[in-house]
Design a protein around this ligand. Structure first.
Ligand SMILES: N[C@@H](CCC(=O)N[C@@H](CS)C(=O)NCC(=O)O)C(=O)O
Length: 220
């Protein structure tokens, strides 16, 4: 049986978990944080979560995990079969990750963990986030899903990145990334009604207190 390693507050972990739930896969969860310990690095070379344990070994990097799950498991497809449509979904997912999730992530220490982020990092994140959102608005179709009428891995990346990016933009830059973007708001509303998304949200809330305590503990 597939085993997903990670923790319920991790947005990347939740992407993989949603893919498994959406496809109706039977899987186990091992609750674990990312680490640079040798034992963990043997499972996930960069020490990050999620990683997916299969009968053949471990897979890390969320987009790769999502595609592996889609290719190997039954249930509904999270990527279209047409090569061009498939490439478009992959590009949209990558654009969300590179141009929205990662710039926002550079500011997480200040926004979520009580730390400080250098002004030059914030300036860069602000410009990149605005350009990333503009790119997604140009490229995505949001009708109602990011790439069209079906839910794909691009929606999974979007769902678990835009909320954090929105929090960063609001707190640090006074920007509302979704304010004049009704299609994105409508998609988030639609996804919030999905029972698997709701389950992930409940699991995240249940683990949040322990996560915050761990993040603010000695040495953090
Ligand atoms: N590129 C990785 C990023 C995953 C990632 O950043 N995971 C975070 C949790 S949300 C993590 O493991 N952080 C631990 C660390 O960086 O030490 C992926 O696509 O899976």
């Amino acid at each position: 049986m597939l085993r997903l390693h990670g923790f319920a507050v991790s947005n990347y972990f939740n992407m993989a978990k949603l893919a498994l739930l959406e496809k109706g896969v039977d899987f186990e969860i091992n609750t674990v944080r990312g680490s640079q310990d040798a034992e963990f690095l043997a499972m996930s070379p960069r020490g990050k979560v999620p990683c997916l344990e299969t009968e053949q070994g471990f897979i890390s990097e969320t987009n790769v995990i999502l595609e592996y799950i889609d290719e190997t498991q039954g249930g509904k497809s999270l990527l279209p079969s047409d090569p061009f449509a498939r490439a478009t979904v992959r590009a949209l997912a990558k654009e969300v990750e590179l141009y929205i999730e990662l710039p926002a992530r550079s500011c997480y220490p200040e926004v979520f963990f009580g730390g400080k982020v250098e002004q030059n990092v914030k300036d860069k994140a602000k410009a990149e986030l605005q350009a990333g959102v503009a790119a997604l608005r140009r490229h995505g179709s949001f009708s109602p899903y990011v790439a069209g009428s079906e839910m794909t891995i691009a929606d999974i990346l979007f769902l678990f990145s835009i909320d954090l990016a929105q929090a960063v933009a609001k707190k640090l830059f006074g920007l509302d990334l979704l304010g004049d973007w009704p299609e994105a708001q409508a998609l988030l509303e639609l996804l919030s009604k999905n029972p698997n998304v709701q389950r992930i949200e409940t699991d995240k809330k249940a683990e949040m207190a322990a996560f915050i305590a761990a993040m603010s503990g000695p040495g953090k």
